[in-house]
Design a protein around this ligand. Structure first.
Ligand SMILES: CC(C)(COP(=O)(O)OP(=O)(O)OC[C@H]1O[C@@H](n2cnc3c(N)ncnc32)[C@H](O)[C@@H]1OP(=O)(O)O)[C@@H](O)C(=O)NCCC(=O)NCCS
Length: 329
């Protein structure tokens, strides 16, 4: 049996597309107000892709940054794993398109669909490949163009989501010297599949004129039920990932940017201080699989990640799915 290779983070990148949609812009579309959205979600604005942009375009920008930061050439990549629920096409994978556009000629590529847990699923997968000695350099991403799937008449859902991409290059920790992944977990409970759902477009309900007219190709959500699940799951994941370590060793929790109230309620359950948690939902909304890598990149740029200290990632979403990671910077 070969021994496990310790895996670290070599570089990160983040990209938000240029169109900024403020809460005031939504006041013109649905019966809502800036005050309601800020109070109930913490969101002030979100970015939407331009008409010519799709998810692989957002990925390309974040990936280039991560590769530069990692001093890695695209041809050195062995694998690309992309968490997304909004690929450019139903077929082929968005990761394959990115592989070609990057010139990652030696890399395999595939997407994972775990909704808002997509990035942590990609991270877990990429880490496992390197740990098992099956790859040396893996690009993992979370990216979405959710603006294309929003029902702009449903005020309860359209105000929540945004577009963006986050990327990380993983390599053996012996080479990166930082970001060693110490623990990871993934979980699912598909009995809750209807909580956050897009009914149309798959093999259960292939697209027809009628399904499109009914709006079956938009994201629907049972917001209150998701809220309850999210608070418990987020606090459980933080507790599970940090278990056995003194709290002072953890410099930051980087949670899925789902709703500022959910984050606050989860931390309150643990008596966890807000200043040890990174929140940027006010600028981007919920970008699903992209929230954690975008937030981590921003936290790094702001100097919030201390050398030698622990960082916790946690996310959950449609499926239902969830995931957590603990790393030492
Ligand atoms: C969607 C969410 C923000 C709604 O907040 P809430 O405090 O639970 O609000 P409720 O659903 O109880 O609705 C309260 C009222 O606000 C109204 N409302 C909903 N969206 C509104 C909006 N954008 N503007 C104004 N009023 C709104 C509702 O219609 C309801 O009105 P009613 O009392 O007359 O029926 C919240 O439930 C949430 O964030 N859930 C998690 C959803 C999520 O992030 N899903 C993805 C997970 S990865």
């Amino acid at each position: 049996m070969t021994s496990r290779v310790a895996v670290g983070i070599a570089g990160t990148g983040s990209y938000a597309p240029p169109v900024v949609m403020t809460n005031h812009d939504f006041e013109k579309l649905v019966d809502t107000s800036d005050e309601w959205i800020v109070q109930r979600t913490g969101i002030k604005e979100r970015h939407f892709a331009e008409a010519h942009q799709a998810t692989s375009d957002l990925c390309l920008e974040a990936a280039k940054q991560a590769l530069d930061a990692a001093k890695t050439k695209p041809e050195e990549l062995d694998l690309i794993v992309l968490g997304t629920i909004s690929p450019d096409f139903m077929l082929p994978s968005c990761a394959a398109i990115l592989q070609s556009r990057l010139g990652a000629v030696n890399a395999g590529a595939f997407d994972v669909n775990a909704a808002c847990t997509g990035f942590l699923t990609a991270l877990h997968t990429g880490e496992s490949f390197i740990a098992a000695g099956r790859a040396r350099r893996v690009l993992v991403l979370g990216a979405e163009c959710l603006s294309r799937y929003l029902n702009m008449k449903d005020r309860a859902s359209c105000i929540l989501f945004g577009d963006g991409a986050g990327a990380m290059v993983l390599a053996p920790h012996a080479e990166t010297g930082r970001g060693e992944i110490l623990r990871s977990t993934l979980g699912a409970d598909g009995s809750g599949y209807e909580f956050i759902h897009m009914r149309g477009g798959g093999s259960r309900m292939p697209p027809t004129h009628e399904s499109v007219d009914r709006g079956d190709h938009y994201i629907t959500m049972r917001g209150r039920e998701v809220f309850r699940f999210a608070v418990t799951r987020m606090s459980d994941l933080i507790a599970q990932m940090s278990e056995g370590f003194p709290r002072e060793e953890v410099c930051l929790v980087v949670p899925h940017q789902v709703n500022a109230r959910i984050i606050e309620a989860a931390l309150e359950r643990l008596d966890w201080p807000m200043d040890k948690c990174f929140v940027n939902i006010q600028k981007y909304g919920n970008t699903s699989a992209a929230t954690v890598p975008m937030a981590f990149h921003e936290a790094l740029e702001e100097g919030r990640i201390e050398k030698g200290k622990l960082v916790v990632f946690c996310a959950f979403g449609a499926g239902l799915t969830w995931g957590g990671t603990l790393l030492r910077w």
